[in-house]
Design a protein around this ligand. Structure first.
Ligand code: IMP
Length: 180
């Protein structure tokens, strides 16, 4: 287990309190579909300040290159808004760097990042993550929104997966993780 259910809930509560304190006047949370929505749904309910949410979807041109394109853009105008980008995990930082650059061009009043998990040792591009749930090791992780080939997102905890086994069979962990 990388982060258990109770620990996750406590971490999300702490982040909710930190965000509420940082943005007493309110904040716009931007989440990248789809992995962040489990975290986002719990995070907003742990916040005691006014919150709006909006979504973006991106797709990679090629794995690990950081070249991504926006396939669904925000519906809201973020100009002069206080914006926090909500991410499930920051790994190399390549995706986030692209998205932050894109959002910065729209001139928000402020722009910060809130990540549930931060794999700091994997970073290729320095990426400022102001609100961090948990620093995790260089494992491929599953659960609480994180997937392999669309599987495992609904697990209520975060667990390390065996990438080579998953590449051979995306359902490799179904029996152990769903108790079947
Ligand atoms: P980055 O561009 O390398 O920072 O990768 C960010 C994206 O890669 C995340 O938003 C996830 O969608 C995906 N990702 C990175 N690490 C993991 C992992 O351990 N499990 C599942 N998805 C991951």
């Amino acid at each position: 287990m990388v982060v258990g259910g109770d620990e996750l809930r406590a971490g999300v509560r702490r982040l909710g309190a930190e965000l509420s304190q940082a943005y007493p006047e309110g904040v716009l949370l931007v989440a990248i579909l789809r992995g962040s929505i489990w975290f986002l749904a719990d995070l907003v309910r742990a916040m005691s300040c006014p919150v709006e949410v909006d979504f973006m979807a991106i797709s990679s041109y090629a794995e690990g290159t950081g070249r991504v394109r926006i396939v669904k853009d925000l519906d809201l105008d973020i100009n002069q808004r206080h914006v926090v980008l909500v991410e499930d995990v920051v790994d190399t930082g390549l995706t986030l760097t692209y998205v932050l650059g894109e959002l910065r061009r729209r001139e928000p009043a402020s722009l910060e990042v809130c990540a549930l998990l931060d794999k700091t040792t994997r970073r290729i591009v320095p990426t400022p993550v102001r609100f961090v749930g948990f620093e995790v090791a260089d494992d491929f992780v599953l659960g609480y929104g994180l997937d392999f080939a669309g599987r495992y997102r609904n697990l209520d905890f975060v667990v390390a997966g065996d990438l080579s086994a998953l590449r051979e069979d995306p359902d490799a962990h179904v029996a152990d993780l769903y108790g079947r």
